[in-house]
Design a protein around this ligand. Sequence first.
Ligand code: ADP
Length: 494
Amino acid sequence: MPKYVLALDQGTTSSRAILFDHAGQPRFSAQREFTQHYPQPGWVEHDALEIWRSQRAVAEKVLSEAQAGPEDLAAVGITNQRETVLLWDRATGEPIHNAIVWQCRRTAAVCDRIRAEGFDRTLRDKTGLVTDAYFSGTKIAWLLENVPGARERAQRGELACGTIDTWLIWQLTGGRVHATDVSNASRTLLFNLHTLGWDPQILNYFAIPSSLLPEVKPSSAMYGETTMFGAPVPITGVVGDQQASLFGQQCFHHGMVKNTYGTGCFLLMNTGTEIPRSESGLLGTVAWGRQGRTEYALEGSVFIAGAAIQWLRDEMKLITSAAESEALALSVPDTHGIYLVPAFVGLGAPHWDAYARGTITGITRGTNRAHLVRAALEAIAYQTREVVNAMARDSGLRPEVLRVDGGAARNDFLCQFQADILGIPVERPATTESTALGAAYLAGLATGFWQDDTELASHLKLGRRFEPSMDVARREGLYTGWERAVQRAKGWAE
Ligand code: ADP
């Protein structure tokens, strides 16, 4: 009998592999960071082959640590950084260019043009998305335009296009399977939420040949088998990272919300089989497809959250580890009046200002390192509140609790400040591996390793609950200051 489901969690800064046992517990894990490329200000790229090599290496490592073989694996589940996209040669498997990462702003001007032409409304109605450089569609068009020979090769059917899930499936199956799941497809700006297929009018608008695109499948389904471990193991779960954590946190019912604090911050609210519409700068997206049903979510994406802590560590050298930020933040009673708006790549939900840039307001002679570090953590919580407010406006539902996960959710100061600034409790599960767990669940449900949602519910364990304790006047005063700081950050870049 297989003992584990192997989750491959391909994130923005690292690739991870985790073996989950029958009780949904992570038993073995391995992680490897890979290179971030910044060819120009605001541009971000990844080497897709390095991604694959790092992903393969951690998968092999985790199996060897567990002394497990293919016979011990019930299934492979894949979850991935979304929107990041690449083109490769179908014959050789060679990428024709680095992958363009979700954070990359290179197509901001193209998006301005789309809005000027009024096509953004069509895009929103069909795809649920805001017209922004964040999504894959304009990035694919950029590759076709700017990589010499790409358009001709695409027209001859020589190229394949894919988000990172598709790239990993291709690699895992030795180029036999070119597929994606509905949740990843819904992030491309090319996928129609109503028909659940690639939209011909949009493909035509961006001049993207449909032959480039992968087959779209449910998130919990048979994709193919990988033989990279010797004997075949089925790949049966594929889901974008944020939808994966919504699933891993078991937000299966309408109105349930989770927030993941990783590189960025991602709040998702389950809206069931109802296609959500936002008037507040949020996104309508596919949550997952399974058992013949497609479910949706309302999403607010904040681009820079934990990445601001990395910036303090790597560029500013104010801390030596992300974890150190907690003690420093607690070493001062407040930020001494400063705000850090980490709009390093513009602002996402609910502002969608590609030209906003990072800003520190209120610096005085007494401002010190601890204040700045605290301001970076507080900024994560303020940005989350902006999105929760927008969700409440759109859905009429205000969450009663916020379920949290992701690397930065390990920070107790941040979780407490989040509860304080929202005025609702924050719940952190015992395992913060919700993203990998969601992919494992979707994969394991498809093969019968787990039976149903009731069985999964028996796995849920609360780690810690943070109760709000700040008085309302202070909370609202701080938040008003944040709103003023955001105004200063907007529209800065030309
Ligand atoms: P991703 O999957 O987006 O790469 P993770 O969920 O692994 O991200 O989280 C990593 C992020 O969390 C990094 O940006 C890091 O700076 C931040 N982080 C990790 N630990 C802490 C901590 N204790 N306090 C604050 N931020 C943290």
